[in-house]
Design a protein around this ligand. Structure first.
Ligand code: RB5
Length: 150
């Protein structure tokens, strides 16, 4: 699977660890930056990864910042993006099964590398369950289109 990766300066090291892991699992990671330790703004990289998924260039993505929270908030502003911040394997499995999450968000300052690897492995190994969960995703899509009652 072609997977878009992005981080800010606070997520750089963990992003590189996950990139290596994804390669070893047979995936094709595509790194949209940042590539250095200079302070940058996480929404810029959330946008690059979200756009790569919207265009179909990449099937899924991984975004890493200090907490994972900012990346998650920013990525979810883009239509069709379902970004999930995961801090354990259960969340990773469930968000794939129930939410069909297409971006995994991680916080380098929150979790260790081994846990992050286990989360990423679970995320990319788990399929969407469909069925009643698709009905709920359709409602989210309707909200994005502005069709929901307010
Ligand atoms: C950067 O200092 C930090 O704010 C960012 O990486 C992230 O944690 C934001 O949510």
């Amino acid at each position: 699977m072609r997977i878009a990766l992005g981080s800010d300066h606070a997520g750089l090291c963990l992003k590189r660890e996950i990139a290596a892991q994804l390669t070893s699992l047979g995936h094709e990671p595509l790194d949209f930056g940042t590539q250095g330790t200079a302070s940058v703004d996480y929404p810029d990289f959330a946008e690059k990864v979200a756009r790569a998924i919207q265009s179909g260039d990449c099937a899924k993505g991984v975004l890493v910042c200090g907490t994972g929270v900012g990346m998650c908030i920013a990525a979810n502003k883009f239509r069709g993006i379902r970004a999930a911040l995961c801090t354990c394997e259960l969340e990773a499995r469930m968000t794939r099964q129930h939410n069909d999450a297409n971006i995994l968000c991680l916080g380098e300052r929150v979790i260790g590398v081994e846990l992050a690897r286990a989360i990423a492995e679970a995320f990319f190994a788990t399929a969407f369950a469909g069925g009643r969960h698709q009905v709920r995703l359709d409602k989210i899509a309707a909200i994005e289109r502005g069709e929901a009652q307010r």
